[in-house]
Design a binder for this molecule. Sequence first.
Ligand code: RB5
Length: 150
Amino acid sequence: MKIALGSDHAGYRLKEHILKHIETSPHSCKDFGVFSEDSVDYPDLAISVTAAVRSGEYDYGILICGTGIGMSIAANKNNGIRAALCGEAYSAKCAREHNDANVLTMGSRVIGPGLALDIVDQFLNTAFAGGRHSNRLQKIEKLETKDLKS
Ligand code: RB5
């Protein structure tokens, strides 16, 4: 898998930890920043990483901020992105199996580095189950064109 990885300043250290881990795996990873702990606005990184996934060049995105919440909110504003905020591996498994999530978000101030790697591994190594879940995703996709809104 090709992974686009990004964080804000709060997630910088955990992002570096995840980058090193992925580099020792069969997956490839591009680091979209940030490259220091200087304060930034997390939506800027969410926009870069989700654009990379939407382009089709990358299979998955991983976004880290302090809680994972801001990255999740920002990422999910982009059509075609299904971002899942995960704090344990079971949710990461279901995010892939049920929701075909293409972006994983995590909170560096919420989980430790060991758990984060378990979550990443579970996310990257679980396939979408399809079947009944596909219909549900199609309904979510329709929300992007406002077909089911109002
Ligand atoms: C930065 O202080 C923090 O607000 C950000 O990393 C994130 O947790 C937002 O959701």
